[in-house]
Design a protein around this ligand. Structure first.
Ligand code: SAH
Length: 397
């Protein structure tokens, strides 16, 4: 008999509403001796069946649901179906038709595959397996994803802190096909980017910002742009393709800036159009303010300042600080594209922080667009945790 996890009375509500997590505190008993990552049935004390899930004995999230239908077996065919659906959904919303060779193919819970991230960079798939359930089905997922996409290699980037909470070691390396090249070239509209899938952030590139890069590009013709926390230059290169006269890219990481410089070169933009500054943005914006520098468009896309709700207050001070400085540096008539990728941040709170920053800088801002993660990083209505990227395009008078 398949092992069962019994829910405590009164703790069924979120599962009943289709949220795919069962927290450790809601577990009454475990029947049988499921191994980490094994498939279990979630039932209540009276025997009512709720879901089929992966069992994570060392995680706070004790079970992650694979399926809410009692007739669905969790086997290789199941994972193939989920992967096919994820690819189809992306085609249906027009993601494959737009000249992009890179996109997220599987966004974990949003695609019915908790713990599984699969990104495509041209012919290379890069995966993160962030739960013991995902780990247990890893090779099945790799084989099916390679078969469905026809990609030549599958590289693993399970070097995320999330693995530790599941009792799993961090691990990276080739899981299928050829060893990927040191740098993979991807195309995004008219732009090309070099992506380091082995050691770059996340799986190599900020795919979640693709739609926002296009919006920045559309707002930069003939203008001078400052791209803060530029990483490998994503927004800056997009701005240059959009006709920016000059882009200044700031980051603390010399490695990221070297790739930003190579990306500018790859796209045919020399030092007269693109410069990089290796500096702490918090300090650099103050230096710029003190020498009365000014820019037409400023992009602020910092790393996550808050992981949890308890860190949110400190994070807000950080966001306020850089946004206030940016409002001081932006020319009248210019634009600020400002982001937060802290999962604990809400759109309302971010809006408030940016509004306070504008007020303290004595600038009048006008929100022309609210921004979020791209369509290949869909947000599941019933899983609020799948929304993490908040952004605003603010024009400044
Ligand atoms: N905007 C980028 C992604 C930003 S990721 C893109 O679209 O590709 C965050 C970046 O901020 C990283 O490259 C990291 O090196 C950099 N960073 C973190 N703290 C910083 C600081 N205090 N000053 C400057 N850069 C910082």
């Amino acid at each position: 008999m398949q092992a069962q996890v019994v829910i405590k009375p009164g703790r069924e509500r979120s599962l009943r509403r289709g949220h795919p997590w069962l927290m450790s505190g809601a577990v009454e008993a475990v029947r049988g001796a499921p191994l980490p990552g094994a498939t279990v049935d979630i039932v209540d004390g009276r025997g009512e069946w709720f879901a089929r899930a992966a069992y994570s004995p060392s995680s706070q999230i004790r079970c992650r649901v694979w399926s809410f239908s009692p007739d669905e077996a969790i086997d290789a065919a199941f994972f193939r179906r989920r992967l096919l659906t994820a690819c189809e959904v992306r085609q249906r919303v027009g993601l494959s038709a737009s000249g992009n060779t890179a996109m997220r193919l599987v966004n974990a819970e949003s695609d019915g595959l908790p713990g599984v991230i699969i990104d495509r960079y041209a012919e290379v798939l890069v995966g993160q397996f962030l739960s013991v359930g995902a780990e247990a089905w890893k090779q099945v997922l790799v084989d099916a994803a390679m078969d469905i996409t026809g990609c030549r290699s599958f590289y693993e980037r399970s070097d995320s802190g999330a693995r530790e909470r599941e009792g799993l070691p961090e691990t990276c390396g080739r899981l299928g096909g050829d060893e990927p090249p040191a740098l993979v070239t991807i195309t995004e509209g008219t732009a090309q980017y070099l992506v380091d899938v082995r050691t770059g952030h996340k799986t190599g590139f900020y795919l979640d910002q693709r739609e926002n890069r296009a919006l920045v590009a559309a707002a930069c013709r003939g203008l001078e742009v400052l791209n803060c926390f530029c990483y490998t230059g994503g927004f800056g290169i997009a701005a240059l393709h959009g006709g920016a006269t000059m882009v200044t890219q700031v980051d603390v990481s010399a490695t990221a800036l070297e790739l930003a410089r190579r990306n500018a070169e790859l796209n045919g933009f020399g030092p007269e159009r693109s410069q990089v500054i290796e500096a702490d943005v918090f300090h650099e914006l103050r230096r710029m303010r003190d020498r009365r520098a000014a820019y037409d468009v400023i992009v602020l896309d910092p790393p996550k300042f808050a992981d949890t709700r308890s860190q949110l207050e400190g994070a807000c001070r950080g966001y306020k600080d850089i946004n206030l400085l940016a409002f001081k540096l932006v020319r009248p008539g210019g634009s600020l594209f400002t982001f937060s990728c802290s999962g604990a941040m809400t759109p309302e709170l971010f809006y408030k922080v940016v509004a306070e920053a504008a007020a303290d800088a004595h600038r009048e801002g006008c929100v022309v667009r609210e921004l979020s993660q791209g369509a290949d990083h869909p947000r599941l209505l019933r899983v609020p945790e799948t929304h993490y990227l908040n952004g605003l395009h603010v024009t400044v008078r």
